[in-house]
Every structure is written in C-alpha cells, then in structure tokens.
Design a protein around this ligand. Structure first.
Ligand code: GLP
Length: 238
C-alpha cells in the first residue's frame, strides 16, 4: 500500500490524474471502476481537462460504477447516474453503451451486474471512503466475501448524504445497490482518495488498523496494488 500525503485537493487531483492518464495511455480500452462523492470530483475535472487537451481519450474506455441509490429514478438530480453524467460522462467522448451503473433492487439485478463485472475485470478502480470506513456502500459488518448486493444504509451515511437532499433525512434513500467487497478486491489497481478531518479516523484504521469487517476499508491492506491519496487533515491520526 502506497500512501501519498498532499497539501491540498489540487495536488490530490494531480496525483490521481497521473495514475489514470498512464493507465489510459497504456491501455486505451481500460475498464475503469468509478465512484461518486466529493472525493473523486477533482480527478474527474482533471480527466475532462486532459480529454480537452488530447492527453486522454475515452472512445474505447469501459466504466463500472460502484453503487447507486435504490428508490430514486436515474433522472433524479441526486442519483449517481446523474452525478456521473454531470461530473464526467457528458464532458468526455465515452460511449453511453460502455457505461455501466448498478441499478434495481432485486437479487437478479445484483447477479446481472456481478456477471458483467466478471466479464470485464476492472483495471483501475477509484474509491472514496465513508467516515465509518465504508467503501462503495459496503457498510461496517459487510462480509469480505460480498459481491454486488442490496444495502440498508447506516444512520451515519444517511446523515452524511442529507446535504444532497435539502438537508432532509426523510428524502435520503435508505437503501442502495453496491458492488461488494470481493468485487472491489478483484480490481487490478485501486486508488483511494480522502480529504478532511472527518475522514482521519477511517484513514488511520485503513492504514494501521486490524483487517476487520468492522471497518470495510481495512481489506485494502490485503490488495497488491493500492495507492491512498489524502490530504494532511485526513492523515492527522496516522
Ligand atoms: C458515499 C458513496 C461512497 C463515497 C462516500 C464518501 O457514501 N457511496 O462511494 O466514498 O460517499 O463521500 P465523499 O467523497 O463525498 O466524502
């Protein structure tokens, strides 16, 4: 596990972009695993800039997103489908047919997504981290063996996400569909981005805690190619 501590979010985005640029230049038909949340936005801005400057090309890129809410339409402005289109897909030359987002609320929907993932091994996965150590929407207690599944979101996650729903907890979806921990661990390379002091506990646990399902991110200690890119505040408790 490599840990890169950066001064600010600009430097975080630069470091993450370098890794993505190299991946896309070496393998134009890369399969990218993508995440939502504020952490990867700087990276997505750099990828858009890189596309505009002809440094990266998305014409052959295939993407798989980590997760999606259950119970809101994909057209909803806060769906992860909308987030990804607004922050990346609409601004680069990716083919709509190469974009994969989990959707639905049944076992069959989960199996279908997992099958697509098995046929398209992720070359490079970007992750954020929840303040309780969740990755994707794999909340504490999720089995390390888990594949794509339906999740009941924890109260802390619902609270954290209320800011996107008029600060009204009632409006926040209570369930999500998420790639599992085993699905994430199959990625060839992983980059995890975190910033801010509210991530410091989760980052300390991820880097030096015991590997335990109590903190899902700790499983990354067992992956052979992980880069953690964080700011000084998120690194405070390491
Ligand atoms: C949500 C997403 C996660 C993300 C987390 C952190 O729960 N499902 O994939 O990592 O938020 O979000 P942020 O980067 O905004 O702190």
């Amino acid at each position: 596990m490599r840990v890169i501590i950066c001064k600010n979010k600009e430097e975080i985005a630069d470091k993450a972009y370098k890794i993505f640029k190299q991946q896309l230049n070496e393998k134009p038909n890369s399969v990218l695993g993508l995440a939502t949340g504020s952490s990867p936005i700087g990276l997505y801005e750099k990828l858009i800039e890189g596309y505009e400057n002809n440094e990266v090309d998305f014409s052959e890129v295939v993407t798989f997103n980590l997760d999606e809410y259950v119970g809101i339409a994909k057209e909803h402005p806060e769906s992860y489908y909308s987030f990804m289109h607004k922050n990346l897909f609409d601004k680069v030359n990716i083919k709509e047919s190469n974009i994969h987002m989990p959707s639905g609320d049944s076992e069959v929907d989960c199996i279908k997504y997992e099958e697509m993932l098995s046929n398209n091994l992720i070359d490079l996965q970007v992750l954020g981290i929840g303040r309780n150590g969740h990755i994707g929407f794999n909340e504490p207690g999720t089995s390390f063996e888990s594949e794509t599944h339906i999740v009941d979101l924890k109260a802390s996650t619902i609270e954290d996400n209320a800011r996107f729903f008029d600060n009204n907890i009632e409006l926040v979806p209570k369930k999500a569909i998420s790639m599992g921990i085993a699905s994430i661990m199959k990625s060839k390379k992983i980059v995890l981005i975190a910033m801010g002091e509210n991530k410091a506990d989760a980052i300390a646990e991820l880097i030096k805690g015991d590997v335990s399902e109590k903190c899902p991110a700790t499983i990354l200690q067992k992956h052979q190619d992980v880069t953690i890119i964080i700011d000084e505040k998120a690194a405070e408790k390491c």
